[in-house]
Design a protein around this ligand. Structure first.
Ligand SMILES: Cc1cc2nc3c(=O)[nH]c(=O)nc-3n(C[C@H](O)[C@H](O)[C@H](O)COP(=O)(O)OP(=O)(O)OC[C@H]3O[C@@H](n4cnc5c(N)ncnc54)[C@H](O)[C@@H]3O)c2cc1C
Length: 403
C-alpha cells in the first residue's frame, strides 16, 4: 500500500503509530464527550506485519510488584469482559473473555521467593487473588511439573491469562474511524518546533506534506526513541529481540498449562488444541536494528527445549509448528511505561517503553492519554507516576515482575 495524504493541513491531535497504543488512544478520544477535536493517526505500515502488537503473547496478569500496574491490568480485564458495553453496545463487537489459566511464577532461591511474597501482599491489597504455593501444593494441583528445584510458586487464577488483543485492537481502529478519526498509511519523518522551541508545531510525512498539530502522541513502539529524536528529545527505549515458538505436544497435558515462568526466563503457556506457546531470549540482549526480526534457529534446540523438557517431562516429545522474532520496546531506565508530556515540550506526549507488558496496559493507557489530551489531567486512574519527568528526576519505578 502506498503513502496516503491526510485530508486536512492541521489536526488537534496527531498520533504517531497506529498499533494497539495508537488505536486505544484514538478510540478513547472518539469516545470522550468532552473532546471535540480532530485526530489524525499516522501509521507507517497498515499491514502491521512487524509491530510488537502483532508479535505478542496476548496475555494479561495481575502479578506485578507495583500497585499501579496491578490496577492498570484490572481495568484491562474489566474492559475485555465488557467490551461490547464499553463500545456503545455495538452488536458487531464479539463478546470476549479471558482464558484464566493464570501465570505461574517459580522461585528457586530465597531472594525471588521473598519478591513473590512481598508482591503477593501488594496484589492482595489491590484486590487480586494471588496464591502462594509450596512445591507439594504445586505438584498436587499440576502433577506434570518437575518442582525438584522449586521453593515457591505464585499464581492467580482470576482474570489472568490469554485474551484476544487482536480483536480489541481491530475494533478500536474500526470504530474510531467510523467516529471520524482519520487514519493514513504514511511515515512521520520530521517534527518541527515553534520559533521559541517550546511547542511542537507540525510533523512532516514521508510523502512531503507538513501537517500542523495541537498535540502529538508518540505511540511508535520500539521506534519511540527515533520519533522522540525528531523533536530533539531523548527517551530511553530500545528494540530488544524476543523469540516465540508454537509447538505441538505428542501427549498434550490433560489440563490447562498456566503461563509458566521458569527461573531461567523461558516461559510457556496453553495455546489450545494440544499446542503451546513458548517465549524466550538470549542471555546477550543488546538493542537491535528496528528492522532486525531474524530468528535465532539454534536457540530452540540448544536452550529452550531442554529447559521445557526438564520442567515438564511430558514435553520431551514436541514438534515446533511456527516461530518468530519480535521486539519489546524496552525502557532501559526502569522497565515501565513512559507517559505524559515532555518536561519542556509540553504538547509532545509519550506513550512508550512498555517493556513486554503493553498489550494489557493498552485500555488504561489509551483512556488515560485521551484524558490527558482532553483535560490536562487524569480522571479515572492517576497515571502521573509514569510520567516522563521521573527520568530526568532519576526516580525509577521498579517493577520486579518483568518477563
Ligand atoms: C514476543 C512478545 C510477547 C509479548 N507478550 C505480551 C503479553 O503477553 N502481554 C502484554 O501485555 N504485552 C505483551 N507484549 C508487549 C506488547 O505486545 C506491546 O507492549 C504492545 O503491543 C505495544 O504496542 P505499541 O502500539 O506501543 O507498539 P507497536 O505494536 O510496536 O506499534 C508501534 C507502531 O508505530 C508505527 N510507527 C513507528 N514509527 C512510526 C513513524 N515514524 N510514523 C508512523 N508510524 C510509525 C509502527 O509501524 C507500529 O505499527 C509482548 C511483546 C512481544 C514482542
Amino acid at each position: 500500500m502506498s503513502n496516503q495524504s491526510p485530508s486536512k493541513q492541521s489536526y488537534d491531535v496527531i498520533i504517531i503509530g497506529g498499533a494497539i497504543m495508537g488505536a486505544s488512544t484514538a478510540w478513547f478520544l472518539s469516545d470522550n464527550k468532552d473532546f471535540n477535536g480532530s485526530v489524525l493517526v499516522v501509521e507507517r505500515d497498515m499491514t502491521f506485519e512487524n509491530c510488537s502488537t502483532t508479535h505478542t503473547n496476548s496475555c494479561m496478569r495481575q502479578q506485578f510488584s507495583a500497585e499501579l500496574n496491578v490496577r492498570i491490568s484490572q481495568f484491562a480485564a474489566d474492559f475485555v469482559k465488557n467490551i461490547r458495553s464499553y463500545m456503545g453496545g455495538d452488536e458487531r463487537i464479539p463478546e470476549l473473555s479471558i482464558r484464566s489459566f493464570g501465570y505461574m511464577y517459580f522461585a528457586d532461591n530465597d531472594g525471588f521467593a521473598d519478591v513473590l511474597r512481598e508482591s503477593q501482599q501488594v496484589q492482595l491489597a489491590a484486590g487480586a487473588a494471588t496464591q502462594l504455593m509450596t512445591p507439594e501444593e504445586i505438584k498436587a494441583a499440576y502433577p506434570f511439573y518437575n518442582v525438584d528445584d522449586i521453593m515457591l510458586g505464585s499464581i492467580n487464577l482470576v482474570d489472568e491469562g490469554y485474551w484476544d488483543g487482536g480483536a480489541v485492537n481491530d475494533w478500536w481502529r474500526r470504530q474510531s474511524r467510523e467516529r471520524g478519526v482519520e487514519w493514513v498509511q504514511n511515515e512521520v519523518v520530521a517534527i518541527t518546533r515553534n520559533a521559541a522551541g517550546t511547542q511542537v508545531e507540525s510533523v512532516t510525512l514521508a510523502s512531503g506534506e507538513v501537517v500542523a498539530c495541537g498535540q502529538v502522541v508518540n505511540a511508535s513502539g520500539p521506534r519511540a526513541a527515533r520519533t522522540a529524536q525528531m523533536a530533539g528529545i531523548d527517551v530511553p527505549v530500545e528494540p530488544r529481540k524476543r523469540y516465540s515458538w508454537i509447538f505441538k505436544a505428542e501427549q498434550p497435558l490433560d489440563q490447562d498449562l498456566p503461563l509458566t515462568i521458569d527461573p531461567s526466563g523461558v516461559h510457556v503457556r496453553e495455546n489450545g488444541g494440544g499446542t503451546y506457546q513458548c517465549g524466550g531470549h538470549s542471555d546477550y540482549d543488546p538493542a537491535v536494528e528496528f528492522d532486525d526480526y531474524a530468528m535465532d534457529h539454534s536457540m530452540w534446540e540448544s536452550h529452550v527445549w531442554p529447559i521445557l523438557a526438564t520442567r515438564i517431562p511430558q514435553f520431551e516429545a514436541i514438534k515446533v509448528q511456527s516461530e518468530w522474532g519480535g521486539h519489546y520496546a524496552m525502557n532501559t531506565f526502569d522497565h515501565n511505561a513512559i507517559m505524559g508530556p515532555h518536561t519542556e515540550l509540553s504538547n509532545f506526549i509519550f506513550l512508550n517503553g512498555f517493556s513486554g507488558h503493553g498489550l494489557q496496559q493498552s485500555p488504561a493507557m489509551g483512556r488515560g492519554t485521551a484524558e490527558w489530551l482532553t483535560y490536562g489531567e487524569y480522571r479515572a486512574l492517576d497515571l502521573s507516576p509514569f510520567h516522563f519527568e521521573r527520568i530526568p528526576a532519576n526516580r525509577p519505578i521498579i517493577e520486579k515482575a518483568i518477563i
